[in-house]
Design a protein around this ligand. Sequence first.
Ligand SMILES: NC(=O)c1ccc[n+]([C@@H]2O[C@H](COP(=O)([O-])OP(=O)(O)OC[C@H]3O[C@@H](n4cnc5c(N)ncnc54)[C@H](OP(=O)(O)O)[C@@H]3O)[C@@H](O)[C@H]2O)c1
Length: 333
Amino acid sequence: MKILFIGGTGNLSWDTSLVVCSQGHELFHLNRGLQKDKTHDNIHQITADIHDEAAVRTALGNRTFDVVVDFIAYTIEDIERDIRLFSGRTGQYVFISSASAYRKPPVHHVITEATPLVNPYWEYSQNKIRCEARLQREWLEKSFPITIIRPSHTYSKSWLPTAWTSSDFTVAARMLAGKPVVVHGDGQSLWTLTHSRDFAVGLAGLLGNRAAIGEVIQITGDEALTWDAIHHTLAQALGVEPKLVHIPSDFIARIDPEMGAHFLGDKTYSAVFDCSKLKRLVPAFKTTISFNQGIRESVDWYLEDPSRQKVNIHIDGVIEKVLSAWNRAMDAV
Ligand SMILES: NC(=O)c1ccc[n+]([C@@H]2O[C@H](COP(=O)([O-])OP(=O)(O)OC[C@H]3O[C@@H](n4cnc5c(N)ncnc54)[C@H](OP(=O)(O)O)[C@@H]3O)[C@@H](O)[C@H]2O)c1
């Protein structure tokens, strides 16, 4: 198949690219070409900024594709642009949505594709919901051949998933420095983490898969861990004992509304997924990388080169602010 990835060198899309290449497909990447270390003999590079529609149109020329996957569509404007660019040019258009779009607070702890999409807290999820609705309309009215994918929290070797950040070293640096780390709630809600190499097998199996056209499919691993376990596993991989401080999400939201939306709109609630639909469509999909294994790979990657150990100063400051307000509140009682 001739497949186009918009993105392609990212957290989810790079491992998917490697799987697609190993299956012998002809893969095109459309991105700005900033990630010079991620190249492959079987990947054709198309360099353009996806937000410059005219430049993208010129760069694509008159190519057509069996599959287009847009990994970096977040808003209705992105979707309208993709519909203009790819109607009549692809046999399947795949939108990467997000499991964070599912109803918050949940009414059942097991999530399937039938779980309603309502997120009153987080704009990111609200936009993904709008994107899905727009694509469903295009499918129903004009047979635009969509497939909607809902990943949950997915990490690759350059990510360290934590409650606060995932694509940097912020929480790991706090642990190594012996500083306290805030875990929302009592650290006991369940959370599903998926390694991008497992995700990649699921997604690759849906590309060009006729049974996936017009469908919504969630792709997540089977391992659900408590937030305490996630942070303890990270600390263990770093070789330190973590100092975890439990603070309610509502309290965090009072101190920092932006992070509050991130917790109340997503990580506060248990998220356990029933992926039987995916397993029916892609029998090869299974969880092969435990968090214990995956996080060790990620920690090794960060420790190999100190220049990779970037700290998000803003988030680190929010954690400090939340901790000091919490300590004052605790002292008061
Ligand atoms: N990770 C998770 O836990 C999770 C969970 C649910 C949903 N998702 C969804 O997964 C998707 C993210 O996929 P990903 O992790 O592979 O992406 P990513 O890590 O954000 O990677 C970004 C990719 O897009 C390219 N890119 C960025 N800006 C661009 C621009 N203006 N024009 C053209 N290319 C551009 C980058 O290459 P250049 O920099 O070279 O351009 C890179 O290839 C999002 O839709 C997100 O909502 C992720």
